[in-house]
Design a protein around this ligand. Structure first.
Ligand code: NAP
Length: 257
């Protein structure tokens, strides 16, 4: 075993690679030998990620736009990966949406948008890439980006919190099913991280004060600070870890004030 992160010739798909955490994950893999598939809806932003990935030293990458609310689009994404690379080694289910809406005002469509993006899509993509690539290859790695919101309720974020709690248990179920196929499935659970998703909340002084007081490290995370957990779980250094999660939370779950 090499005691270092090395993804030479591994084909890695990152969903939601157009900005925020997904962009940081793509950049993390880029300098370590991976062949990258960058996916998301916004092609212009995916091009920007591609430029950053190039700067990290990755020359072998593809942009394949895909709306994860559309199963046909996900089927097309998988077909394209098969055509271009004929394999997939690592899937990072990162695409996600949040909301801050009182539960009484959440329409069925809004509930389904959040659950569909954050929970249905990781299930669909994982099951299809396992069937198409990872089980026949007898090897693969799936990292689901859950959230600290999967452990606690979020007033105004019922669908989000439910989707991430579901993602944690989906991870455990799939890990159990595919361990015999040498496919590991794990979660990374970030705490509040400075991305477009959280910017609207950051505008509230009261929210910022409360959040920094409740977080032992006293600040929000930067996207780059959650990359190490993803790389570790995706690497051979984590070869005995499956059905598990790493919380990247500034100490907030473990410490009460
Ligand atoms: P973000 O900046 O809002 O980015 C969200 C990403 O998801 C974008 O790349 C977006 O791509 C993609 N996406 C959303 N809906 C999609 C769809 N239907 N089809 C394809 N792609 C879609 O959010 P972020 O903070 O980076 O969040 C990334 C992940 O981390 C999410 O799963 C989120 O729940 C999780 N997370 C974030 C935090 C945080 O504090 N930021 C904390 C815990 C967990 P397009 O714009 O191209 O559609």
């Amino acid at each position: 075993m090499k005691y270092q992160f090395d993804f030479t010739d591994k084909v890695v798909l990152v969903t939601g690679a157009s900005r925020g955490l997904g962009r940081a994950y793509a950049c993390g893999f880029a300098g370590l030998g991976a062949k990258l598939v960058l996916s998301g809806r916004d092609e212009k932003m995916l091009e920007e990620t591609a430029e950053l990935v190039r700067q990290e030293g990755c020359e072998d990458y593809q942009i394949i736009p895909c709306d994860v609310l559309d199963t046909k689009a996900m089927d097309h994404l998988i077909e394209e990966i098969d055509r271009l690379y004929g394999r997939l080694d690592i899937l990072v289910n990162n695409a996600g949406v949040g909301h801050k809406i009182p539960a009484v005002n959440v329409s069925p469509e809004e509930w389904q948008r959040v659950i569909g993006t954050n929970l249905d899509a990781p299930f669909y993509l994982s099951s299809r890439v396992a069937q198409r690539f990872m089980i026949p290859q007898n090897g693969g790695n799936i990292i689901n980006i859950a959230s600290m919101g999967g452990f606690s309720g979020i007033p105004g974020g019922a669908a989000y919190s439910a989707s991430k709690a579901g993602l944690l248990n989906l991870t455990r179920s799939l890990a159990g099913e595919w361990a015999k196929n040498n496919v590991r499935v794990n979660c990374v659970c970030p705490h509040y991280t400075e991305t477009d998703m959280v910017k609207p909340l950051m505008a509230y002084e009261q929210w910022m004060k409360l959040n920094t007081l409740r977080t032992p490290l006293g600040r929000l995370a930067q996207p780059e600070e959650t990359v190490g957990a993803v790389l570790f779980l995706a690497s051979d250094m984590a070869s005995y870890i499956t059905g598990d999660y790493i919380q990247v939370d500034g100490g907030s779950l473990g410490v009460a004030y």
